[in-house]
Design a protein around this ligand. Structure first.
Ligand code: PXG
Length: 291
């Protein structure tokens, strides 16, 4: 396996960063998770734009131009001969000393790109739907660490994931500090009620997911009215359909929330129509490359 590390493609065994890297010491950095489908990188520009926005927000300079980063992603895919891949782009503050002060890193930012085969949830889950629960850990509040920043500090989500796993679930709903539904540990959440689609607004403590935006666009195309509106757990319980969206998971139907059956406990009609169109788009759109 070849890894892109600071401008070079190196063997996995040589792909090492310093223990003084502030990404390691403090989670001081940003990342993106991207997918390619049949030699097409889906929404690559959107992911690179979001990476730059996350970096700008934490005053981290990405030491490459957007175009160069796009080229590096493609080169990494080609070097690993991957048609269908999960791509992780990481930019950290780089090597500094033991202090928090990012100035000590002196512009040594680390850029890593890993491209690997994707591990998916089993197909059965997409056919039958998932059961999820709400966990006690709330999503970070915007005034502290804004969830819009896709930072290397994912402990908030990991704590929620641990709570889900300890209760025997794979994914969890995280509420915001007001008790409204924010998102899941690595996915955004949607419900369908009376033929209309609802998802929490991006300002309510969730990441503005690229799959989320794609799903909103698909719904509009399918003439399904869309709303970015605050949601309570009650509104999840009484919804007709529910699903999660994320680059890794794609679109996962949800059939039970906190023990309450959703609709008839099967993936719903609108969910299936949106999933179908999403899969069509992933095989049609994207930045093309040859291997
Ligand atoms: N919310 C959070 C907190 C995320 O981390 C999403 C929503 C979905 O966003 P996109 O843009 O992917 O539609 C994410 C991103 C994993 C994994 O290994 C998943 C994500 C991030 C990091 C790792 O499952 N999802």
């Amino acid at each position: 396996m070849k890894i892109f590390l600071n401008g070079k493609l190196v063997d996995k065994s040589q792909a090492k960063v310093s223990v003084f890297d502030h990404g390691f010491l403090y989670g001081d950095g940003v990342f993106e998770g991207i997918r390619s489908y049949g030699c097409l990188v889906f929404k690559l520009k959107e992911h690179i734009d979001r990476l730059f926005e996350s970096a700008h927000s934490i005053t981290l300079k990405v030491p490459m131009a957007k175009k160069a980063l796009v080229d590096a992603v493609i080169k990494t895919l080609q070097a690993n001969k991957l048609k269908d891949a999960y791509i992780r782009v990481v930019v950290s503050r780089g090597e500094g000393d033991l202090g928090l002060d990012p100035r000590k890193c002196k512009g040594n930012e680390t850029v890593v790109i890993i491209a690997d085969k994707i591990t998916l949830y089993p197909k059965e889950l997409y056919d039958k739907g998932m059961e999820i629960i709400t966990v006690p850990t709330i999503r970070n509040i915007c005034e502290a660490l804004n969830p819009q920043i896709k930072s290397l500090n994912y402990l908030n989500n990991i704590l929620a994931k641990i709570e889900a796993i300890n209760s025997g679930y794979q994914e969890a709903i995280m509420l915001d500090h007001l008790g409204y539904v924010a998102e899941c540990t690595g996915d955004n959440i949607f419900v369908v009620k009376k033929g209309e689609l609802y998802t929490p607004p991006q300002c309510m403590g969730s990441l503005r997911g690229i799959t989320r935006d794609t799903v909103l666009a698909i719904a509009r195309k399918l003439k399904i009215p869309t709303h970015e509106h605050v949601l309570t757990r009650h509104e999840l319980f009484i919804s007709d359909e529910c699903f999660l969206t994320g680059t890794a998971a794609e679109i996962v139907p949800v059939v039970k929330v906190d023990g309450r059956g959703i609709g008839d406990c099967k993936p719903g009609k609108a969910t299936k129509a949106i999933m179908k169109e999403f899969h069509r788009l992933t095989r049609l759109e994207g930045v093309k490359y040859k291997i």
